[in-house]
Write a protein that binds this ligand. Structure first.
Ligand code: BGC
Length: 755
């Protein structure tokens, strides 16, 4: 009783003090707004970029200094480093009438200057504690460098690997995606936004951006509300529930209305249903792009957007150029502008910028904390956890340090592509290529020979497009045959071949959709020639997306998928190849067997004519299997995990009574290793057609060689809920299949009844 009282009192004090803090903030902002002219209010809604770093659209803002001095800017992005940030903040603080500090944003997508693996890679760690920690390290480094707003996490569910931006998200599954979304928001924002080493997170791209038709970037999206609610919206909602401070609207339309001007999306769903209280920013020129979406001229688009609930306009300057006139013409009201302005000011207030506009500008911190040795250690750890062992024959791995190694491939000794897409602040020259990593980890007596063997691609058109942000595809002066012969010669002289192939960084990411996602022809030719030598070939793949590997890896002894692994790529890859670390990553996105199968994802529904090889009129392709080449959740280890004795504590559960699921996991191999145990559920009869499997839980744990452990999950009624045809979140009584395994395909099963 005493404890309960203490708890209630504490709860009351916390709520009361929160209330007092809110009141203080409201009083401050009311007073400020009352002093602001309409122009100054609209100025706060203007987010622009001087374009000193990589702009992601064709437009770059002009006259930035003048605009800041005149109070026409709320925030800047693309300004990196304390010196430049200070210069800009000085203008706001010294020259603008009301001295309202600026926000400084950036695409801190996978680390800042210390670059972590691309987010799709990070998600394959399934380690939410590590992911949260990684985000906190990124926030620490970015704030030390003058920033206070990260345009991350990107949580768009993506099931079409032709879309280049699958690299930026956490793959195909809403449950895993939600867990990661929440972890990242908490990592970035910490306990208080006012701390010096935390920043505003920005969940994006709201919403459904990952479902662009045909995997073509910026394309239209069309889906039922049921699919939205059950499969695509959960990660955004998880970020909101985790307290994300800002949301970015997406480029696409949702239900026929561009997200940036979609009132249902930004107000009815996000603010009213989900209770989001923060600021909403557009994507890069997405406000202006509403004109291309045929929503009228820029002034009409701006009216639509502000009425829909969009607060800040990124780069278009549509609000800045048109809202005052629309106000005079009574097309909008001052309350629309005040609401948006308040949201921007609240974000600044929560960061503590009104107390100290220079809070995040501390060159001594920058010198110590940016690209520090300890941050590199974190980058290396995350990278190792993100790798997925796709194939492994004959115990080829781990490599013995005494063997002679032929290190071959266009990505084997390459710094330019280690960071991957969206590493806007990372310096590729600070990254560790595989060649250096092999020497660092393998030791000075390592017997290793290197040959490039092939270009990433011989296609000048693809190369040109991959080289927009600097040299990524370096087409060699030597002929393809000359390079190949050199590689074959060192392969023949060595015990084992390590071939590092895949995509250049900018072959995935924004505006990098591909209709053919096999390995480029130059690399395929190299691999086939290497297999023909008869030497064991370990293929290390770097890519920003699941590639179609059918036809390219059959001759390989082992295949390690390493994504674009960041600053410490080479060291981390060597750690795993030499067995200092046993790989434990599991795919967060299925690898298709062929492009024609796309979308292929594990949680597909059963059709009225389930697959039957003996029945022509069943759901199938004539020329390809229905299943992915490597399914969601899949990933091998150097050791061997065995699942047995799946048990349920009861044959039924109810609203008041959960059921425990237990399984025995045994490390039956001879090496210690980590495994991700996955729990899936099928609703056997449902009012709307259910997915055949839905992830409902996972646990990552380390097991010593020979060790067994009982793994326990608890299933409650609420975990079995879904959005029905009326968009009500309910469960329906009946039989469910509970499945546990090490990937989405190979599972043990038991039935349970929901009463
Ligand atoms: C991207 C966003 C990004 C923004 C700012 C846009 O092109 O879609 O993800 O945050 O640019 O760089």
């Amino acid at each position: 009783m005493k404890k309960l009282l203490a708890f209630l009192t504490l709860g009351f004090i916390t709520i009361a003090s929160l209330h007092a803090q809110d009141q203080k903030m409201n009083a401050f902002i009311n007073a400020l707004i009352s002093k602001m002219t309409v122009d100054e209010k609209i100025g706060q809604l203007n987010l622009i970029t001087p374009g000193s770093d990589i702009p992601t659209g064709s437009v770059v803002s002009t006259n930035v200094e003048k605009k800041i001095a005149e109070g026409n800017v709320g925030g800047l992005f693309g300004v990196i480093g304390t010196e430049k940030v200070k210069q800009a903040q000085d203008i706001a603080m010294q020259k603008s009438r009301l001295k309202i500090p600026l926000l400084f944003g950036s695409d801190v997508i996978h680390g800042h200057k210390t670059t972590f693996p691309i987010p799709l890679g990070i998600s394959c760690s399934w380690d939410t504690a590590l992911i949260r920690f990684g985000a906190s390290v990124a926030a620490n480094e970015a704030t030390a460098d003058g920033l206070n707003w990260a345009f991350s996490p990107m949580v768009d569910i993506a099931r079409d690997p032709r879309w280049g931006r699958v690299s930026e998200g956490s793959g195909e599954d809403p449950f895993l995606g939600s867990a990661i979304a929440s972890a990242m928001v908490k990592g970035y924002q910490g306990n208080s936004l006012a701390d010096k080493n935390t920043l505003l997170a920005c969940v994006k791209h709201f919403a459904l951006y990952g479902a662009a038709e045909g995997g073509r970037d910026y394309n239209s999206v069309d889906m039922t509300k049921m699919k939205m609610y059950n499969e695509y919206l959960p990660p955004y909602k998880a970020a909101v529930d985790a307290g994300v401070a800002t949301v970015m609207s997406s480029f696409n339309d949702v239900d026929g209305v561009p997200a940036t001007g979609n009132k249902w999306l930004l107000t009815d769903l996000l603010r009213t249903q989900w209770g989001f209280k923060g600021m909403i920013v557009s994507d890069y020129t997405s406000l202006g792009e509403m004109v291309n979406h045929r929503q009228g001229n820029i002034s009409e688009a701006s009216i639509k957007a502000i009425k829909a609930g969009l607060d800040m306009d990124m780069v278009t300057e549509g609000y800045w150029g048109t809202l005052k006139k629309s106000l005079q013409e009574k097309m909008i009201s001052i309350t629309d502008i005040d609401r948006a302005c308040r949201m921007v000011l609240e974000a600044k207030y929560k960061l503590g910028l009104f107390e100290d506009p220079y809070r995040y500008i501390d060159p001594t911190r920058a010198a110590k904390e940016v690209l520090s040795e300890s941050n590199r250690v974190v980058a290396r750890k995350i990278a190792r956890e993100s790798f997925v062992l796709l194939k492994h024959n004959n115990k080829t791995l781990p490599l013995k340090r005494a063997t002679s190694i032929a290190l071959v491939g266009p990505l084997a000794n390459d710094k330019n592509n280690m960071l991957g897409t969206w590493a806007v602040s990372g310096d590729p020259q600070k990254s560790v290529p595989v060649m250096d990593g092999m020497k660092n980890v393998g030791g000075s007596s390592l017997n290793i020979r290197y040959a490039k063997g092939a270009n990433i691609t011989d296609d000048p058109n693809l190369a040109r497009q991959a080289n927009v942000f600097g040299l990524r595809v370096d087409i060699d002066k030597r002929s393809a045959d000359e390079m190949l012969q050199e590689a074959l010669s060192i392969a023949r002289q060595s015990d084992v071949v390590v071939a590092v192939v895949g995509e250049a960084s900018e072959m995935s990411g924004e505006a990098a959709s591909r209709s053919d996602i096999t390995l480029p022809a130059s690399e395929q030719k190299l691999l086939q020639a290497l297999y023909a030598t008869g030497k064991p070939v370990v293929v290390v793949i770097m890519s920003g997306r699941p590639l179609v590997l059918t036809g390219s890896i059959e001759g390989a002894a082992a295949v390690l998928q390493t994504w674009h692994a960041g600053t410490e790529a080479g060291n981390a890859i060597a750690d795993v190849l030499f067995g200092d670390v046993n790989p434990s990553g599991k795919l967060s996105m299925s690898f298709p067997y062929s492009v024609g199968q796309i979308p292929v994802y594990y949680s597909q529904k059963r059709t009225g004519r389930p697959i039957d090889p003996n029945n022509k009129f069943s759901t199938k392709y004539l020329d390809a299997p229905n299943e992915a080449l490597f399914p969601f959740g899949y990933g091998l280890s150097y050791t061997n995990f065995v699942y047995s004795d799946l048990k349920l504590s009861s044959s039924s559960l109810s609203k008041s009574q959960s059921v425990d699921v237990e399984v025995i996991l045994t490390n039956a191999g001879s090496l210690d290793g980590a495994e991700v145990v996955q729990l899936y559920v099928l609703d056997q009869v449902r009012s709307i057609t259910p997915p055949e499997k839905e992830l409902k839980g996972f646990q990552k744990l380390m097991l010593k060689a020979g060790e067994s452990k009982t793994i326990k999950f608890t299933i409650t009624e609420s975990m079995l809920r879904f959005y029905n045809a009326d968009l009500k979140h309910i469960s329906e009584p009946g039989m469910f299949t509970v499945m546990v395994g090490g990937n989405s395909k190979d599972v043990l099963m038991k039935d349970v009844e929901l009463k």
